[in-house]
Design a protein around this ligand. Sequence first.
Ligand SMILES: Nc1ncnc2c1ncn2[C@@H]1O[C@H](COP(=O)(O)OP(=O)(O)O)[C@@H](O)[C@H]1O
Ligand SMILES: [Mg+2]
Length: 242
Amino acid sequence: MTALLKVQHLETYYGHIHALKGIDIEVRPGQLVTIIGANGSGKTTTMKTLIGVIKPKRGKIVYDSLDITGLSPHLIVARGMVLVPEGRAILTRMTVLENLQMGAFVRKDESVGADLEKMLNRFPILRQRWDQKAGTLSGGQQQMLAIARGLMARPKLLLLDEPSMGLAPMVVSEVIDIIREIRNSGVSVLLVEQNVRQALAISDYTYVLETGKVILQGNSDVLINDPRVKDSYLGGDRPYNG
Ligand SMILES: Nc1ncnc2c1ncn2[C@@H]1O[C@H](COP(=O)(O)OP(=O)(O)O)[C@@H](O)[C@H]1O
Ligand SMILES: [Mg+2]
């Protein structure tokens, strides 16, 4: 099967800091692929480079049969690759509805209104709060809004950068469930997560980053039992406590 996203030897710098040192990643249509790795390993830089916020120094990004390397973010989003960034970046002074509408700004089709309605059905809490300022929502609700805003762009490939960051364990599970539903609805997902056990449990394939390189990769159900993943990312044999 041809990959929906094929990243070849991606290298990204911040000035002299060599943040990505040649990364290869693939997402096939319908797959949920996870990237894990310690803080500073290059996960966010990977996402930002893919979506075009940072230009890579070397390497190639092919998405949906098109070389998008160096393309501006809005052109990439218009082609259906959408990033829900680390820290959510919702517009706290705007209402829930306005945030959702912002998500559709690249679209030119007629069904934005119908999709808004669908989104409010999918996230009932957002319907309840539709006219409130987004800043009044809880952390979990803001994350739901950020994901819903991303979906309003009608992604083929949704990039999620640590969607569970800072959330209580119960809310983390809700977010994980939503990500699984999104994949089941036919949207391919590239997920960066620190809740490794839960992310691997719902994903097909996993990449492990360390200092800007992929040091390990494989099917998630295999990697979850790999001693290297267990020791470094699953807290050894201690029981999982969120
Ligand atoms: N804006 C920046 N300027 C300089 N260095 C940065 C910047 N953002 C990230 N870095 C560095 O790049 C590396 C990768 O960071 P990042 O992609 O944010 O990691 P992660 O998301 O895995 O925690 C780190 O060493 C970090 O310090
Ligand atoms: Mg990060």
